[in-house]
Design a protein around this ligand. Structure first.
Ligand code: HEC
Length: 94
């Protein structure tokens, strides 16, 4: 029992690492021009590392709808890709 629980845990954390790596690549491709390479803010757009764990719904809504100078990403990236970008941002959060 203890062994299988351990295996499940390892598998989940590997899945999480995979999402973070995928999210990093997607972030650099789609978001870094405005939000800064490696999440280092440029001044042109908010520092996404300031989002808290409770801001996920806000993040998802703004990414889908766009806001101000920021374009909408709905139809440009998938739900899974948006979730991977969130996982990447959370992994670097302050
Ligand atoms: C063309 C430049 C540009 C690109 C590309 C861009 N953004 Fe933005 N983003 C902005 C600007 C500017 C704002 C501030 C909008 C406002 O509040 O007027 C913003 C705001 C946001 C916010 C709200 C932050 C907050 O604290 O309120 C989130 C979340 C966000 N962007 C995520 C993303 C993600 C994820 C991507 C990549 C898929 C992305 N952005 C790509 C320019 C951009």
């Amino acid at each position: 029992m203890a062994l299988s629980a351990g295996l499940i845990f390892v598998n989940l954390s590997h899945a999480q690492e995979g999402a973070v790596a995928a999210g990093e690549a997607l972030y650099e491709e789609h978001c870094a021009t405005c939000h800064g390479e490696r999440l280092r803010p440029t001044g042109a757009a908010p520092d996404l590392k300031n989002l808290s764990v409770d801001d996920r719904t806000k993040f998802e809504t703004i990414v889908w709808n766009g806001r101000g100078q920021m374009p909408s990403w709905q139809g440009m990236i998938t739900d899974d890709e948006r979730a991977a970008i969130w996982a990447y941002i959370r992994s670097r959060a302050k």
